[in-house]
Each structure stands twice: as structure tokens, then as C-alpha cells.
Design a protein around this ligand. Sequence first.
Ligand SMILES: [Zn+2]
Length: 393
Amino acid sequence: MPASNVAQFFLPKELKFIVSKPYKNGFIWEVVKLRNDFEICPKCGSQTNVRCGKVSVTVREAPIRNDPLWLKIHKHRYYCKSCRKPFTESVDCVWPKRRTTYYFRKSVARDCESYTNLSLVRRDHHCSSGFLYKVHYDALKTKLNERKGSPWPTVLGVDEHFFSRRKGYTEFTTVFCDLKKRRLFEMCLGKDKKSIVEQVKHIPGRENVKVVVIDMSNGYRSLIKEFFPNAIIIADKFHMLRLITPALLKVRKNIHGHRQDLQRRRLLLKNREDLDYFVRSDVDEYLQNYPELDELYRIKERLREVYRCRGYRIAKINLERLINQMTSSSLEAVQRLRNTLVKWKDEVLNYFENRWTNGFTEATNGSAKALQRRARGYKNFVNYRLKTLTTCF
Ligand SMILES: [Zn+2]
């Protein structure tokens, strides 16, 4: 097919094709803008049709069949009578002061999303990485702007994950998830109260939030009490249940050494009701020899039983009974767990009102970490936030 026919198909209507030539590793099309009745002065907005000279610009256009393409646009200069100054006519597909067309930026931004990494996009489009980053993150910003101004959701999950260690100390990010719609809502740098409030105070509708699920961190608890006045706080079930695990594993390690008897380790951590009758009695027989391990194991199972209760009232009775029972124990780990339970009793019991957990928030953390790995870590938090918020929802 002759180039003129292809060009007619691809070019915007206001441009007329003149000739196609080889240029660098692709082609360059010379085009001219069709004459309008009038042009509008960019400074004062008045109309004029007095021409005063010519000028040509070369801009990058979206590739055709993987061949890079440039446009050499012959533009006219116009004279504005009210400003008494000349100006150059504008072309719709090229924004002022840019050397690329709208379609080229769009195709690059699209490839940035679909390729596995940005250096492949750079190789395909033969452009600089600075340009690539700018186009990519501009596109993400535009995408995110559609969600701007949306208020806080009613059910919120809060958690943190690692961000970087570049500044000599470990930086964390705090994520806020909408648990009802199951999507990432907001993300901010740091996990201390002051910096979080600074970053999220512009979001409207704080009083909407009815339920917040967190892990057992005092910082988050006081933040939420202050920042979301109408919210009830739930301590996450998963974090609560695994509080005793490290102590259990430590005692087992002291008895058997590091790698010995790994099969029993698995059995000890498994939920008791998932085990066969014979395996269960085997575990019991084994535990008889080690009273310390036995006590920790029973407490782990008792806490799980509390979580299996139906209804707030029964759970409360069971939890209080467990706390009382733990008072008599001489083990340090048990006392530590008891203190945590006493401190977080209300939050633990709130779980039985509506049974929200932070499962989705943890899943989002997983996706965010996968993104970090794919990019080999992020330096810039703004970019990391843009990428994660547009990907994980
Ligand atoms: Zn003017």
C-alpha cells in the first residue's frame, strides 16, 4: 500500500500528507496543517487569518508496524492584530512545547503497563528512560485522579509493610483497604501517627468509618481512636492466634535442636481438629514427656476455641475464663500473652460482633511486595504509591 494511503488512515483530519522519507531507523512524514477560516491567538484569544511566514517542527508519532515514525509538520505563522505580535498555529495532537504527539505518549503509556519491565519498552520505542518514566507516571496520575475526592469507606483494614532501607533506617508504608469493596483505598509513608495524619487529612468523610481492623499495635490504636471518632476497633484474628507460635517453636527447638523432628513441628502448629484421631493421640503421647510444650500447645488450642465461639456473650465468657486460667501459669510467654489479651480484650471481642478480618489487607500487602520485587525496589514513594494504587484494586 502506498504511504499516502496509510497516512490518510492514520493522520488526524487537520493534517495533510505530503511525502514519506526514511529517517533514522524509521520514517518521517512531511505534513502540513490545512487552512482554517481563522486561527486563535494563544495570548489574547482573538481571531486572525493574516499569515506571516512559515516554520516547521519535527515531532515523534506512534510507530506503525513497529517502525518508528516522525512527523515533520509545516506550520504557518499568523499575525495577531490586537497583540501586534506573530504566533505559530497549533496542532491538536501536539501539546504546546512538546516534541511528541498525544498518540505516541498514549502508546508508550499502554506498553509500560503491559510489558514486564520498563527497559523492554525503552528498547522497543527507542526513547530515553526519563521520558518513559514521566509518561508512565503521568498516565497513572490521570488514572488515579478519577478516584480523587472519594470519601473514607465504612469498613477499613489498616496494616503496614516494608518500603525501603535507603536512608539508613527502615521505612514502612501504611495501607488502608476498603474491606467491603475489597480494594486498596489509600497508602502513606511511615507508620507514626503524625506523618500518617499529615498525609490523609485531606480525605473527606472520617465520620463514615464504622469498623477498623488492625493488628495489635498501640500506635494504630491511638491513631484510630483520634482520627475516626465513630469507629470500633477490631484486633485481627490471624495476628492474635499466632502470638503464641514463636514461644511454642522456641521451646520445641530447645528440646530437639534446629532441624530435628520437623514433622512434629508441623503437627504442633496444625489446627487440632484437622488431625486424624490417631495422629492426635500420638501428639498427646509425645507432649506428655514435655510439660512446658504441652502447656503452650493447650493454650494455643484454647485461644482457637475462643475464636470458634458463636456470639459476643459466649466468647466473652470463654475469653475471661482463659485469661483467669493463664494467671496461674509460671511460663513467661504465657504471661506475656495474657497481658496482651487483657490489654486488647475489647478489640478481640469486637470481632464477634461482625467478624471482619484483615485477610484482604494482608493479600494487598502481598501484591504490593510483588510489585516491589518486579521493579527491584522503589526509590520514590510517590511513584510507588501511584503504581500500587492503580494496580491493586
Ligand atoms: Zn493576541
